[in-house]
Design a protein around this ligand. Structure first.
Ligand code: NZQ
Ligand code: ZN
Length: 407
């Protein structure tokens, strides 16, 4: 028997018209494949011929695997002047970005080269905004969410397929003092170029491959779970992208030196968040904001947080607005037997099992540092405007329930 839609939840978000108007403006030049990091200096010179560069990186993985030496040697050979700022932590901190802003302003930096994952790239974007905007840039662009229109140009060398920051216009930063993880947006924040060599991801620990895959899947699902109509083309693109990732990500963990599999996952990460799958449709994005509360307060990996929160969200919305969850079950997971309720339940179980297969946790209670006492606070912080999300507009109470399901 079909599930009855509860109109209390979707009356304001249900779209009954057609594909939304959109502007799709991804300026990032993608340079993909083996040895593509050899082109860093040429690409920088195309953008800032005599420019001075800030080289930004994380906690040391690029020093261990030799990428750092390769980058430095190339910049020196090309006579590109640069200063360095390493030490970006996962869930990148505002304090380090502020240090970077100071360096850029004092040393007249023209370009930022981010070598690493989403955290390094997002930190570079924050520095790029702060370096050329007024002192209250944090309040204006991250807290008030005004669109960023001015920033230093950046380029990236991606070392982990995950966040999609290599082509996105977003920068997600943790304000550690206030335990807040918030983001700024603007097409100007999309990198000028991004170098994607799947071989650079060979040294990733299995846990990071898994977290990355969970984030990639989540970026597609956030766009897929939509009430927009007239979006069959992007529906089918999303379904194909999810099927490919679901097949290849576990293989990347079992067989880490398989170039073809690494290339598939890296390409999926790029497409998942460059927004080509989201054009013309209203995405949901509630689960991302819900997860950001977890990683802001407990400093857990974004991908693992999503792996736990997405099935819980799906269980909640499956009761209130089931149509897309059923389509997901049928077209992505090939679940064709049973009632709508049974298909939804089977989809949630399959999804949880896939995350488990990747080696990720399934429930919040598996984290020793997380307790239920902050669920109410986090749910409240997710809903400063009353509700969160578009596929189903969630109230604070709904989000509290989703946290409880995830527990
Ligand atoms: O810091 P190092 O030593 O480099 O180690 C990193 C880090 O510990 C390690 N790593 C990366 N590449 C490696 C490697 N280790 C060995 N070999 C390699 N090749 O992996 C760890 C995680 O890195 P991180 O950059 O944090 O991962 P990810 O790319 O998943 O980025 C996560 C951040 O991106 C944000 C998340 O919220 C989180 O803060 N997001 C950014 C988005 C955007 N800008 O558009 C959208 C996303 O939804 C997401 O919110
Ligand atoms: Zn994400």
């Amino acid at each position: 028997m079909p599930i009855k839609i509860d109109l209390r939840y979707i009356s304001r978000s249900l779209k009954l018209d057609s594909m939304e108007n959109f502007v799709y403006n991804v300026k990032t030049k993608i340079i993909f494949g083996r040895n593509t990091e050899d082109k860093i200096a040429d690409e920088i010179k195309l953008i800032v011929p005599n420019g001075k560069v800030l080289l930004h990186y994380g906690g040391g993985s690029i020093k261990k695997n030799g990428l750092y030496d390769k980058v430095i040697a190339q910049l020196r050979l090309a006579n590109i002047e640069f200063v360095e700022l390493g030490g970006v932590q996962p869930n990148p901190r505002l304090a380090l970005a502020q240090e970077g802003i100071k360096i850029c302003q004092e040393q007249n930096i023209d370009f930022i080269l981010a070598v690493g994952g989403g955290s390094v790239i997002d930190s570079a974007k924050c520095i790029a905004v702060g370096a050329v905007n007024e002192e209250n840039f944090w309040q204006k662009y991250y807290v008030e969410r005004q669109e960023v229109t001015k920033a230093l140009p950046i380029g990236t060398v991606l070392t982990i397929p995950a966040a999609g920051s290599e082509s996105s216009g977003g920068s997600v930063i943790t304000d550690e003092v206030n335990e807040r993880k918030i983001y700024a947006n603007g097409d100007v924040l999309r990198p000028e170029f991004s170098i994607l060599n799947p071989e650079l991801s060979y040294t990733l620990p299995k846990y990071q491959i898994a977290c990355g895959a969970a984030d990639i899947l989540a970026h597609i699902m956030e766009r897929y779970f939509s009430n927009s109509v007239g979006v069959d083309f992007t529906d089918q693109l999303c379904e194909a992208a999810m099927k490919s990732l679901i097949k290849n990500a576990p293989e990347a963990i079992v067989n880490p030196l398989n170039y073809d599999v690494r290339a598939e996952v890296m390409l999926a990460g790029l497409y998942a968040h460059s927004d080509c799958l989201g054009v013309g449709r209203v995405g949901d994005w509630a689960t991302h904001d819900i997860e950001h509360e977890l990683s802001a307060i407990y400093d857990i990996a974004h991908g693992e947080g999503l792996a736990i929160m997405f099935p819980a969200w799906m269980k909640f919305v499956g009761k209130n607005n089931p149509h897309k969850v059923v389509q997901f079950a049928e077209n992505v997971l090939d679940i064709t037997l049973g009632t709508e309720e049974e298909k939804i339940a089977a989809a949630i179980t399959t999804l949880k099992n896939w995350f488990k297969l990747l080696g990720l946790k399934n429930n919040l209670r598996e984290f020793s540092e997380i307790s239920q006492e902050k669920f109410q606070l986090m749910a409240k912080r997710c809903t400063p405007n009353g509700t969160l999300g578009n596929y189903v507009e969630l109230t604070t109470t709904d989000i509290f329930e989703i946290f409880s399901i995830a527990w």
